[in-house]
Design a protein around this ligand. Structure first.
Ligand SMILES: [Zn+2]
Length: 277
């Protein structure tokens, strides 16, 4: 197994707070510093949400613009991926940052339950977000919380509705959604191979499942995501000191399975993205 493995750092998310782990970056300057450290540890994609000063989630395009500017300056070449999922229910405000033309944006193509609410992705909003991504040449990363999301994304891509190369992220371990289940994971991988052989895939595990899913993905030849959005701990008793610490742990697994960690240049090539800004 020698294919480079792309490591994505999910720096902030919309849920974890400093009360859960003081290392969660909230302000744009904290986000830039935390991403820079993770970039040096091997992350080539930054998956980002933005927050208000009181730590509540925001969809403010000005905050996204400031983050993008800082990342381009301090992490040159790194792939910038904005979340369009952070404020479920906020409708088209979820895509208000797409005109900034980030390299990528997350896209959920179906609904499911989250720990305390329904994660709503109605068909008309999915159509609108994917249309905006085509307009601004933003490659979606499909956040698949269920098998139906994978199959629907493959269908949308075949219909020309998703910009660029199809890239699907299996998200496992969200409470009340798909658990981190190895048999299901293996089926997801087989589904991608048989039904979308030209696509690429990655996987993310939530909470204690992060390290487990990182290992499954790396061993199976896919790409993977780590970071404080998904998991604030190194183990049951230890808080992760930084996003970089979680990326380093994934990079060690790449070494174990003899997979080089993809550079940002390799990651851009694998995902067929436009050249760095
Ligand atoms: Zn996210």
């Amino acid at each position: 197994m020698t294919d480079p493995c792309i490591l994505c750092v999910a720096i902030t998310g919309s849920v974890p707070t400093k009360a859960a782990n003081p290392a969660v970056p909230i302000s744009v300057s904290e986000q830039i510093e935390s991403t820079h450290e993770a970039f040096e540890a091997g992350a080539s994609i930054c998956h980002a949400h933005v927050r208000n000063a009181d730590e509540t989630p925001s969809s403010d395009p000005d905050k996204f613009a400031a983050l993008k500017e800082g990342l381009e300056k301090h992490c040159p070449g790194m792939i910038i991926q904005f979340s369009t999922g952070g404020r479920s229910g906020a409708g088209t405000a979820r895509g208000g940052m797409l005109p900034l033309r980030p390299d990528m944006a997350s896209l959920s193509v179906g609904s499911n339950n989250f720990p305390t609410r329904v994660y709503e992705n109605p068909p008309d909003l999915v159509e609108w977000l994917s249309g905006e991504m085509r307009t601004y040449e933003v490659t979606p990363e499909i956040e698949a919380f269920d098998l139906s999301h994978i199959l629907h994304a493959i269908k949308m891509h075949a219909a020309g509705k998703l910009h660029g190369r199809l890239y699907v992220q299996f998200v496992m371990g969200v409470k009340n959604a798909m658990p981190a289940d190895k048999e299901v994971f293996d089926f997801y991988v087989e589904t991608m191979k048989s039904r979308a052989p030209d696509a690429a895939w990655c996987a993310a595990g939530i909470g204690p499942a992060q390290i487990e899913v990182n290992e499954w993905a790396i061993a199976a030849g896919g790409h993977t995501r780590a970071g404080l959005e998904d998991n604030v701990r190194l183990d049951r008793d230890t808080l992760a000191p930084s996003n970089a610490a979680l990326i380093r742990r994934a990079a060690e697994l790449c070494e174990k399975y003899e997979r080089p960690v993809a550079t940002w240049q390799q990651a851009r090539e694998i995902l067929k993205l436009r050249p760095a800004a």
